[in-house]
Design a binder for this molecule. Structure first.
Ligand SMILES: Cc1cc2nc3c(=O)[nH]c(=O)nc-3n(C[C@H](O)[C@H](O)[C@H](O)COP(=O)(O)OP(=O)(O)OC[C@H]3O[C@@H](n4cnc5c(N)ncnc54)[C@H](O)[C@@H]3O)c2cc1C
Length: 400
């Protein structure tokens, strides 16, 4: 019997486990390393749309994801005085949905579903990361942080936006393009007044705040603000909470409650939003996948759907091509147009969505009122339709 080809996947969030699922099915001997000591449970509501949903169906996981739906029934915009400005109820169907999709799930729940769906032969190593990579024509030798050195046929890097292994292999060629915005999420206690809407506050001062329901009996809070410099990068724990307090101190609505709860939240996640612009996603036997390759950020939307789609497309082409280089090239060729489309933000984003002045906030309110009109919703929903390719997904045809 010929030996199975070995592939190392780095990162166990969305792209990594999805890749492990398909690569194991394609007949590879798959090892996944994740730097966190265990599967990271955190993360807020993410949506799966369009081609991401098609791939979920192929994985037979659509029902599992529906079972973990966050229960969100739509998106409501509020003014600071607590009045509802406009609302978008979730629309059934594939693709052309509103800000709230039909498939909404917590990121941690999705990661768990993907890991559980992987064949038992996949090897998982938590608390381990890549220290050094030496690529040769016939394999790639990897030093791991547990002191071991292993040789693989392929290395798939799915480490998210700030990928260290990407830097080891590609240097500073992949560029990080900051969007001038901090996104922060935290889980906070649910109160009797919390409903099933994504409640979103429109205020001046280049800020956003929001509350979303989940299916775990808690509430997911969001505090975002625009800034030209990454002012929070060095801050951790109490200092980080204090900085967010200062930034949002003057706001009413639900904001004081969110700020009070931050100190006790065990999953505060703060991200300096930046896209990854990489001229190529593969070098030798190493291939980038998901946010590590093309982070679109939550401003562009669709990052999770792209990660799931990319994992399938990569594995499908590896089943079609004898030579990994041809498969990598075909994968990149298929994915690039939908990635570039997602990274091409509408003019004025994120500025328009985080107005500086009171007049800008009023204008945004009117914009959402107009967009909530049924006739305009059809057009507006195109902005939230998720990655839609103009060609069929490639066929996954593992060799017997
Ligand atoms: C904890 C967490 C919370 C998130 N919350 C949200 C959210 O609320 N809303 C939203 O829109 N998006 C969120 N995201 C991002 C979202 O998951 C991604 O945009 C999208 O799903 C693409 O996923 P990905 O697997 O490519 O990257 P990511 O989800 O970023 O996952 C990358 C994984 O690689 C691991 N990793 C990083 N470096 C290494 C290394 N050197 N070696 C091994 N492993 C490594 C990370 O720990 C992580 O598990 C979150 C990501 C994480 C990790």
């Amino acid at each position: 019997m010929t030996e199975l080809k070995r592939v190392l996947v780095t990162g166990a969030s969305v792209a990594g486990p999805a890749a492990a699922f398909w690569l194991a099915r394609a007949g590879y001997d798959v090892t996944v390393v994740e730097q966190a000591p265990e599967l990271r449970p955190g993360g807020q509501n993410i949506d799966i749309r369009a081609s991401g949903r098609d791939v979920l169906r192929l994985m037979d996981l659509e029902d599992a994801v529906k079972d973990r739906n966050t229960g969100e029934i739509g998106t409501r915009f509020y003014g600071e005085d607590g009045t509802v400005v406009s609302e978008f109820a979730v629309q059934d169907g594939d693709g052309h949905e509103g800000p709230t999709a039909e498939l909404e799930i917590l990121r941690g729940a999705l990661a768990q579903i993907l890991v559980d769906a992987c064949p038992s032969e996949v090897t998982w190593k938590f608390g381990v990361s890549v220290v050094a990579v030496d690529g040769q024509a016939d394999g790639v030798t990897v030093d791991l942080s547990d002191g071991s050195t292993e040789r693989f046929d392929l290395l798939v890097v799915a480490e998210g936006v700030g990928s260290h292994t990407r830097a080891l292999v590609f240097g500073d060629e992949p560029r990080e393009k900051p969007l001038g915005m901090y996104i922060s999420y935290a889980t906070i206690p649910r109160t009797a007044d919390d409903d099933q809407w994504w409640n979103w506050l429109i205020v001046p001062g280049a800020r956003q705040a929001g509350l979303r329901p989940d299916d775990e009996g808690t509430t997911r809070a969001m505090l975002n603000f625009r800034t030209d410099t990454p002012v929070l990068e060095r801050l951790r724990g109490a200092e980080l909470v204090e900085a967010l307090r200062r930034e949002f101190a003057d706001l009413g609505w639900q904001v004081p409650r969110i700020l009070d709860a931050l100190a006790d939240s065990d999953d505060l996640y703060v991200d300096w939003s930046r896209q990854v612009i990489a001229p190529t996603w593969h070098r030798g036997r190493v291939c980038l996948l998901g946010d590590a390759a093309w982070c679109v950020t939550s401003l562009g939307g669709g990052g999770t759907s792209l990660a799931i789609t990319g994992a399938y497309v990569l594995a499908a082409y590896l089943t079609q091509h004898e030579d990994h280089a041809d498969a990598f090239a075909a994968y990149e060729d298929w994915m690039r147009p939908i990635v570039e489309d997602a990274q091409d933000l509408p003019p004025g984003v994120p500025r328009i969505a985080t107005p500086t002045s009171r007049a800008g906030a009023e204008l945004l309110k009117w914009g959402t009122r107009l967009a909530a009109l049924p006739a305009v919703q059809t057009v507006a929903s195109k902005l939230t339709s998720g990655p839609t390719a103009d060609r069929e997904l490639p066929t996954f045809s593992p060799r017997p």
